[in-house]
Design a protein around this ligand. Structure first.
Ligand code: ADP
Length: 500
């Protein structure tokens, strides 16, 4: 089984969030199952620098009008997986994956990822890499949304396409006038194909034309079929629901291993948490928090509305009244960042704000924390709560998406049976968050019960083994039909689409 995995981020080559973690760990898990996994991602400066064993496969003078473009074959530095980097300096030689330094989207993002998608099709169909063609293309998020319609238009032998939605809110929406430059016939922009409210929608393309759609948790797979969470695509998703699966993301426990993590001041396991106390003391000192025995509550997140950062800010006074220490690590909305910083200056010793994100600091925050705040207006899967649980920090989270699937709320039954691993709440409101904190603090005050929850959280298995086997089933299901010409299941729009 040969699979081309197309993603705009792969840790440690390029990362803006959880997509990068998944795009690193899932292909590695698939390779362990014997799949010939190859990655394709843009040749961002960070990726060209971090990849190892690089050599040029082909050089094209003016690929799709974007100047000299080279396809580089390399290996990921940690897992050693083969990775193709599309080195097109005009498109990718910039600081910032998707945004400029002011946080504004690059105006040619449509072209950058369109070109990546065309490269994916050439690779998958054996045009660029002699001796290798894909049985399956695994395309991720809107950045790879055009792969499926482009492959639908290929004549003859072609791979199956699986499309994974990591976040429905990012849709790759662009003005209609760019459509003729995407490589489809000029009259092909139709409501039953790539058009979405008068714009071109890359995400819709992936949903409509792929053989199989997946998303990253069973609950989100159901939620996204509803108007509340469907971001306008719920009708289309309902029509495709027979071909939609929710497969929970996993954790790479080689990277998230509290017993063996070079970033931490102390090693620890569920059987001996002494090292965690050292991690907490060291983090407190690093952040200038008062050395007390207060519970340390952290918020490690992008500082955006999706993560309810506004509600966390509004809840802060009530949290501090309860005597907790609060530490934030992350970045995002500049206005919220500034307000958190003001709170930090107002409460030195009790509030610590670190704007930005680095992996070592991310590890130290979760190892040092007693409690992770992970509220969310919606959450396709969420990884941070899984990392936190592994590190013995219990999550307070909203009961949505992957958070609902991975956290067992501490109610009377689950506390009694020992199944509880965190605290879930329902409303998008400061009162609801603070009520969940109160429940957490009541248990924190009973060290025996708290330790039991920590141990349970630390030993739950969210490894990639199970999800990888589910993906393999899906790959196997869609690969054989790749040899036969396919008729798109929704409509005849793909018939309009010709490959350039
Ligand atoms: P999302 O991808 O929506 O941000 P996830 O919980 O799925 O949320 O994944 C978050 C990943 O990004 C984790 O690896 C986490 O350590 C990391 N992370 C958290 N906050 C930030 C941030 N502000 N910038 C970059 N990465 C972050």
């Amino acid at each position: 089984m040969r699979v081309l995995f197309v993603s705009s981020e792969v840790y440690p080559l390029a990362k803006s969030g959880g997509l990068a973690d998944v795009s690193a760990a899932l292909p590695a898990a698939m390779a362990e199952l014997g799949v010939d996994m190859r990655l394709l991602l843009p040749g961002y400066p960070s990726a060209l620098e971090a990849a190892i064993n690089k050599s040029v496969v082909i050089e094209i003078n003016d690929f799709m009008g974007c100047g000299v473009t080279r396809l580089i074959i390399a290996r990921t530095p940690d897992t050693g997986l083969p990775v193709w980097l599309l080195d097109c300096p005009r498109l990718f030689q910039r600081r910032g994956l998707y945004w400029d330094k002011f946080g504004a989207d690059w105006p040619d993002n449509w072209l950058r990822y369109c070109v990546l998608n065309h490269a994916a099709v050439r690779l998958a169909c054996g045009e660029w890499a002699p001796g290798w063609r894909a049985d399956v293309v695994h395309a991720n998020d809107w950045h790879a949304g055009l792969v499926a319609p482009l492959i639908a238009a290929v004549q003859g032998k072609k791979p199956g396409v699986i499309f994974t939605i990591h976040n429905l809110a990012y849709q790759g929406l662009f003005p209609a006038h760019i459509f003729p430059q995407l490589g489809f016939p000029a009259n092909g922009l139709l409501p039953e194909s790539l058009e979405f409210h008068g714009k071109v929608c890359f995400l819709k393309a992936g949903i409509l034309y792929s053989d199989q759609v997946t998303t990253v948790s069973p609950t989100y797979a159901r939620e996204m079929l509803t108007p509340e969470y469907g971001c306008g695509l719920d009708g289309l998703l309902q029509r495709r629901s027979k071909n939609i699966a929710g497969i929970l993301n996993g954790v790479d426990y080689d990277i998230w291993d509290s017993a063996n993590d070079p970033n931490l001041a102390g090693a620890y396991t569920e059987a001996n948490l002494a090292g965690k106390a050292r991690c907490k003391a060291t983090l407190r000192a690093e952040l200038g928090l008062a050395a007390s025995d207060a519970p340390l509550v952290v918020f490690v997140s992008r500082i955006i509305e999706q993560k309810m950062a506004d509600i966390v800010l509004q809840s802060l006074p009530a949290m501090l009244e309860r005597g907790v220490e609060f530490a934030l690590l992350g970045d995002g909305d500049p206005v919220l960042e500034e307000q958190f910083q003001i709170a930090g200056r107002r409460h030195p010793g009790q509030v610590a704000i670190k704007i930005g994100y680095t992996e070592p600091l991310g590890h130290r925050f979760l190892a040092g924390a007693d409690i992770l705040l992970h509220p969310a207006r919606f959450e396709p899967c969420g990884l941070t709560q899984l990392y936190a649980m592994r590190y013995g920090a219990l999550p307070i989270a909203r009961r949505v998406g992957g958070l609902a699937d991975t956290i067992v709320d501490a109610d009377l039954d689950s506390i009694h049976s020992g199944a509880a691993t965190g605290f879930l709440f329902g409303e998008v409101a400061p009162d609801a968050l603070v009520a969940a904190l109160d429940r957490a603090l009541a248990l924190y005050a009973q060290p025996g019960l708290w330790r039991r929850m920590q141990r349970r959280a630390m030993t739950r298995d969210f490894g990639w083994g199970r999800p990888a086997r589910r993906y393999l089933e899906l790959y196997s299901r869609i690969a054989p039909q790749a040899a036969a010409p396919r008729v798109p299941d929704q409509n005849s729009a793909a018939a309009l689409i010709q490959r350039v």
